[in-house]
Design a binder for this molecule. Structure first.
Ligand code: HEM
Length: 271
């Protein structure tokens, strides 16, 4: 928090006192420009919000990359299937990777769904405070002021929703129903998996997380092979309250592939 404050507060103070500043280019500048109250315009308050955004946005995105690699290292047969899709796409787009190219890697998209299902960011989702009394269709009565949440973690392993839920299958979604998978990709809301929560407060960062993770994994899978460190296996996750993190000290063996597509994102046209 201190490092973010030291960096953010001086630049926010300057922007606050500048007439007609340049269009917002960072989340801090964007939050300042959209602020409606004096508290929301306070640089210290904005630095705190940015810290929360970093903890809630950057960590799960980075952890998803690592978890996907760990899952693929544990189940290496999928690495080549995803790589083949990446190679084909690279040829199809002649090396010019745009948003559409990344969005149509359906096998990788399926692998992301499966890794986040196996390794969700939190045990619960849809944490809300009730603003009025209400009654659910089951007859359960809830009172104004009560705090509720959905046990998303157990839903993601529910056998009524996912066949053989304890089995990792990177191509589960892709093979189960390809049309449904294309229509409702990883970044979309899913009332079963609840990977991004639900409703108006569902994760707004999911589009960003999706493209970041995809861009990173395309390059890594094209250029490297991944293997679990012998005798250490797939590291378990650790938990703080309902939040699930990577175990520090996890080891992943990485080997540069001689044969790769040599993807260079300098040619990305319109992400
Ligand atoms: C893989 C990465 C991510 C995962 C798994 C994830 C997951 C979630 C979940 C489950 C929620 C709760 C939604 C609900 O209660 O209905 C949430 C909320 C939120 N996420 Fe993410 N998130 C990720 C990345 C990001 C990123 C990159 C950002 C921003 C740059 C972000 C910003 C937010 C914000 C601001 C909320 C609160 C929304 C609100 O209360 O209205 N997230 N996220």
């Amino acid at each position: 928090m201190k490092r973010i404050a030291d960096f953010a507060i001086p630049s926010l103070k300057i922007r606050k006192n500048t007439k007609n500043p340049a269009p917002a280019n960072t989340s801090l500048e964007f939050m300042l420009d959209k602020a409606q109250t004096e508290q929301e315009r306070d640089p210290r308050f904005l630095a705190k919000l940015q810290s929360a955004l970093n903890a809630g946005g950057v960590h799960p995105t980075a952890i998803l990359v690592v978890n996907t690699l760990l899952d693929l290292a544990k189940h290496p047969k999928y690495q080549e299937k995803l790589r083949e899709e990446i190679r084909q796409k690279n040829v199809e787009v002649s090396g010019n990777w745009d948003q559409h190219a990344f969005d149509t890697l359906y096998k990788l998209d399926s692998a992301l769904k499966e890794s986040l299902r196996f390794n969700p960011a939190t045990l619960t989702a849809y944490s809300r405070e009730l603003l009025m009394d209400c009654e659910l269709s089951s007859g359960l009565r809830l009172r104004k002021g009560q705090l509720i949440c959905v046990p998303s973690c157990s839903k993601q392993k529910d056998e009524n929703i996912f066949a053989e839920p304890d089995k990792y299958d990177a191509l589960r979604s892709y093979n189960e129903d390809a049309n449904m998978h294309r229509a409702r990709p990883f970044k979309s809301l899913d009332e079963h998996a609840h990977r991004w929560g639900a409703g108006r407060s569902a994760c707004p960062g999911r589009f960003m997380a999706n493209i970041i993770v995809t861009v990173i994994l395309v390059r890594l899978l094209d250029e490297y092979d991944f293997q679990l460190a012998p005798s250490r296996g797939r590291p378990d996750s650790t938990m703080t309250h309902e939040f699930i993190w990577l175990t520090l000290g996890a080891r992943l063996m990485v080997k540069r592939r001689v044969k790769n597509s040599g993807i260079v994102y300098g040619t990305v046209a319109q992400i």
